[in-house]
Design a protein around this ligand. Structure first.
Ligand code: IVH
Length: 697
């Protein structure tokens, strides 16, 4: 969850002014889009479903309270933009989402809403189905033959995964039906197949999947179709899109689909009235662990086709259906200790150590406690029986204490006043500039001297988004730190020289290193001695300066000299604040970093070891390739693709990752692959590397 909620978030939607509602609405829409992309686009969510639903609910209530103030598109987007690599498919009928019910009252209100809308008082009959935790798919059939299978994507355009679903259990490729038909359903991986896949991944030294949903998503959206087809996926049909699904009862429609050869969920019921729905839901909640597949709730759909047609849709979901979600998976265990983790910028995160417990199929032995305020509010004490919760990929959290089981001698937890490192620096809580309140995050004041921060900074420096030094990870950093060979970033780049000068035994003689791995490591370090100014800035680990902000900074100050000069002039903060996209927080932390003689000399020592490449200035207006859309493919002989891209951009071109009719040039190096073929098919100009260079000259 984003650490910075708008100030208005905790106030009732109705109490906000239209201006406030609109501002918060835009923030929510952006936040939701980010999490949609993490969930649907990257299969790697960073918040729980419950937190996500909270954002959605808030946006909805803002929209209800201030319909005029919230732009139409807010809240309409469903899912994420399609992943590049698959052909895009426009859905004939949008693939929408479902509204959620979290408690009995939400279900009762759902039925009442329908009755009000239809102006009837009789209880409503629903078709009740388990909500499978997989991925929705749209299957287009023509004259009985499957012609296209598409993922949901953003609800309007999905990805063509037809080739990947040739082997899915319960999904026929040929059916007995004339004309067109679009079947909708869920692709999932059964629990047993998921366990087998992970075993195989381990045996092949490949990363495992966190849960069946991620495994299904990773398999379905796999660009290697043979690999995708080898994965054990299953399918349940849950409806027919478009007019054909309109006048039939939902329950009967499922039976029709079963007759055509589709697998349908055997646990489907036709029930009348909210009370019957709630009882049905409760039973499924108790027995879900015994099912061969994951379900995350149940779905109620108005059974009668004519009523469904009258009810229609609101922005992103049908009025005639709702998902009644199960609460996140929880388990009870014992809190054995609370430890404090120190981050790169000194932020302290309390972490609960637990007696390992199985939470929804995953063993959990640690959970986050967020901050001091959270520990106090919920009164977690070492020795307590606690409820731990896990949802999807998200870091497990402690939810509450089982107070009846508290031991009489359990003591309240006191957040330390000093950092747990040998320096024992003071811990400070900062003031939040906006609210004027003390920041919930506590920080170690030791700065660069704190060994924990030092370690985290070094690990960050060598990480992928910064210097990206292969073979130098946390394990190796710890080893070099323990031996006193690396203390500051610059030390990484003097290692080899110091070895040659006999300062320490040759790396190749160390445990765990051989001639080759020592050579590789030194080679990797050497290859990063030349580094772009952006990566250099990211590597410094300045708070609020990730890649995006570093890029922004490097565009204003393309070299270290220009940055330091601006700092000397004394107006750096002001200059930065005037730049679009740079906030006070970032300006302040960059300024603070340069102002502090310790961080400043750390930076200068590191820079002295490197060749820092100044960032290329902005593209020249009227450049030779102005507004041309270019694609690079294959291996170039005289420059990396990154450099070629930068040069093209410098000359005013826009560089794209995929070829379309709009592409002006495709530059093909050796082994160009399918992009060159596509360019030829579309009649797009194909250039060799030499021709590209001539064009630039
Ligand atoms: S009906 C208009 N039925 O849940 C939407 N969805 O947020 C019609 N799901 O995207 C969806 N089981 O991926 C429906 N029995 C079921 C379902 C189901 C799982 C998924 C589906 C959908 C999401 C709703």
């Amino acid at each position: 969850m984003s650490p910075r909620f708008p100030k208005t978030f905790d106030r009732p939607a109705k109490a906000l002014s239209p201006q406030e509602a609109s501002e918060e609405g835009l923030w929510l829409a952006a936040e939701i889009a980010l999490h949609d992309e993490r969930y649907h686009g990257q299969d790697a969510p960073i918040i729980t479903d419950a937190e996500y639903d909270k954002l959605r609910r808030r946006l909805k209530s803002l929209g209800d309270a201030h319909p005029a103030a919230l732009a139409d598109e807010v809240g309409v987007a469903v899912g994420a933009k399609p992943k590049v690599g698959f052909e895009k498919v426009a859905h004939d009928y949008p693939m929408l989402s479902l509204d959620n019910a979290f408690d009995d009252e939400d279900v009762r209100e759902f039925e009442r809403r329908i009755q009000r809308f239809l102006q009837i008082s009789d209880p409503i009959t629903f078709c009740c189905e388990p909500k499978i935790d997989g991925l929705s798919i749209s299957l287009r059939f023509r004259n009985g033959k499957l012609i296209c299978a598409a993922t949901r994507g953003d609800g309007h355009t999905g990805e063509d995964v037809t080739r990947n679903i040739q082997n899915v259990s319960g999904l026929p490729l040929q059916i007995d039906h004339q004309g067109g038909m679009e079947v909708r359903g869920e692709i999932y991986m059964a629990k047993g197949d998921f366990a087998a896949l992970n075993l195989q991944q381990v045996a092949e030294n490949k990363p495992t999947f966190a849960n069946p949903r991620n495994a299904a998503a990773g398999s379905l959206r796999q660009l290697d179709e043979q690999l995708a087809q080898s994965r054990a996926l299953s399918f349940f049909a849950y409806g027919v899109a478009g007019p054909q699904g309109d006048d039939v009862s939902q329950f009967d429609q499922l039976q029709d689909l079963a007759r055509l050869g589709f697998a349908i969920n055997p646990d489907t019921a036709r029930l009348t009235g909210a009370d019957a729905l709630i009882a049905w839901y409760q039973k499924r909640g108790l027995s879900r662990a015994e099912l061969p597949h994951d379900i995350d709730g149940v779905v109620y759909k108005v059974d009668d086709g004519a009523l469904r047609q009258r009810l229609g849709f609101v922005a992103r979901s049908p009025r005639w259906a709702i998902a009644h979600k199960f609460p996140a998976e929880t388990a009870t265990t014992i809190l054995t200790n609370i430890i404090i983790q120190v981050g790169r910028t000194g932020a302290l995160t309390p972490v609960a150590e637990l007696v390992p417990v199985n939470v929804g199929g995953v063993m959990v032995s640690r959970a986050t406690l967020h901050n001091e305020e959270e520990i106090q509010r919920k009164d977690f004490r070492v020795g307590d029986h606690v409820v731990v919760q896990r949802a999807g990929d998200v870091i497990p959290q402690l939810v509450s204490v089982v107070s009846e089981k508290r031991q009489p001698d359990a003591l309240p937890y006191h957040f330390p006043k000093i950092c747990p490192c040998p320096l024992a620096s003071k811990i400070v809580a900062e003031f939040d500039e906006k609210t004027g309140k003390k920041d919930a995050v506590q920080r170690c004041s030791g700065g660069l001297a704190c060994p924990h921060q030092k370690r985290e900074r070094l690990i960050h420096l060598v990480s992928r988004e910064a210097f990206d030094i292969e073979g130098l990870g946390p394990k190796q950093i710890d080893l070099f730190m323990e031996r006193g060979l690396i203390d500051q970033p610059a030390d990484i780049f003097t290692l080899r020289l110091r070895e040659e000068q006999g300062e320490f035994a040759p790396l190749m003689t160390w445990d765990g290193f051989g001639r080759q791995s020592a050579e590789n490591l030194y080679g990797a370090i050497e290859s990063r001695r030349t580094i772009s100014f952006t990566r250099f800035l990211v590597g410094l680990g300045i708070r609020h300066l990730g890649t995006t902000n570093a890029r922004l900074l490097a565009r204003i100050f393309p070299s270290m000299k220009s940055l330091i000069d601006a700092h000397h002039l004394g107006n750096l903060k002001q200059v930065l604040m005037e730049v679009d996209g740079v906030g006070g927080a970032m300006a302040g932390s960059v300024w603070g970093f340069l102002e502090d003689p310790r961080t400043r000399s750390m930076m200068e020592d590191l820079a002295a070891q490197l060749h820092i490449e100044a960032e290329l200035p902005k593209p020249i207006m009227g450049g030779k390739l102005e507004n041309k859309i270019m694609v690079f493919t294959g291996t170039l002989a005289n420059m990396s693709r990154g450099e070629a891209k930068a040069r093209a951009e410098q000359a005013g071109a826009k560089v794209s990752g995929s070829v379309s009719a709009k592409t002006d040039y495709v530059v093909a190096g050796a082994d160009p692959g399918s992009k060159a073929k596509k360019a030829a098919d579309l009649g797009v100009a194909l250039l060799s590397e030499e021709e590209f260079m001539r064009l630039l000259d």
